[in-house]
Write a protein that binds this ligand. Structure first.
Ligand code: FPP
Length: 254
């Protein structure tokens, strides 16, 4: 058994405890209506709000969404600026309501390059909702899976340098414990809207055994019914975690 054996944790007929989403297709959705791309991002926030509510009503414990990747800085400055302003206005408008609904909002990624105002709101939202024990929404902003792993390794390397840790004592569990989502179950279900079938540097370590669901539906069109389809697809999967079918179907998993 590997040291972080995920098969001990969840069975496929269960609801996913953690859903990770790449919300793709905003720009195309807007373009198809002859509108500027940013119109799609605005609509995307509304979709996210609906999906948060749908997760709450299904008692999903964790939702992690990719709001801005470390590669998204390469977009035209006008779109990047719009997104920064959209994050600010969305947080200002929604945080009190999210808090009232016992939702914990956390942010993962390198926020050092964000505008001061956005960073202040990120800190305030995280602090305000820190004790909430309903749905936990993790917003990945200026996040990259390679950055996450590199950041974790740097912390471990610093401990090796001081002599506190032996290099050959570094374990998978230790690496996991230094990643942004440390302490949370790894995503059971990954959803990418917008038709592309790739991971795009999202949660590279944490998606090792995640069930991957791709849909052509563009993010602004994704709704509760689409989420339900993804969950039903997930519940029909056989999660073998490296074992064979007969083993995972035996009650004791041997
Ligand atoms: C990808 O669609 C979407 C993004 C890069 C931004 C997603 C952000 C939101 C939905 C807003 C979230 C807001 C908060 C407050 C968390 P795309 O632009 O790549 O679409 P395309 O593939 O059609 O071009």
């Amino acid at each position: 058994m590997s040291e972080s054996d995920p098969s001990t944790v969840v069975t496929p007929q269960d609801l996913p405890r953690h859903i990770a989403i790449i919300m793709d297709g905003n720009g195309r959705w807007a373009r198809r209506q002859g509108k500027p791309r940013v119109f799609g991002h605005r609509q995307g926030v509304k979709t996210l709000r609906h999906i948060v509510e749908a997760c709450v009503s299904r008692h999903i414990a964790n939702l992690t969404v990719y709001a801005f990747s470390s590669e998204n800085w390469q977009r035209p400055a006008q779109e990047v600026n719009f997104l920064m302003d959209l994050f600010v206005s969305s947080l200002q408008q929604q945080i009190d309501d999210l808090h009232r609904n016992n939702i914990r909002v956390a942010f993962i990624g390198d926020h050092s390059a964000f505008p001061v105002k956005l960073n202040r709101l990120i800190d305030d939202a995280s602090t305000l909702t820190a004790a909430n024990d309903g749905l936990r929404v993790n917003v990945a902003a200026n996040y990259g899976g390679r950055w996450d792993i590199t950041h974790a390794l740097r912390q471990l390397a610093a401990r090796v340098k001081t002599g506190e840790l032996q290099a050959d004592a570094i374990s998978e569990t230790m690496v996991s414990e230094h990643l942004c989502l440390a302490g949370l179950p790894e995503p059971d279900l990954f959803i990418r809207t917008g038709g592309e079938q790739r991971i795009s540097n999202y949660l590279l370590w944490q998606l090792a055994y995640t069930e991957l669901y791709f849909t052509d539906c563009l993010w602004p069109d994704f709704d509760e019914q689409q989420l339900q389809l993804a969950i039903e697809w997930y519940r029909g999967r056989e999660r073998r975690f490296g074992k064979i079918s007969e083993q995972v179907n035996r009650a004791d998993g041997t």
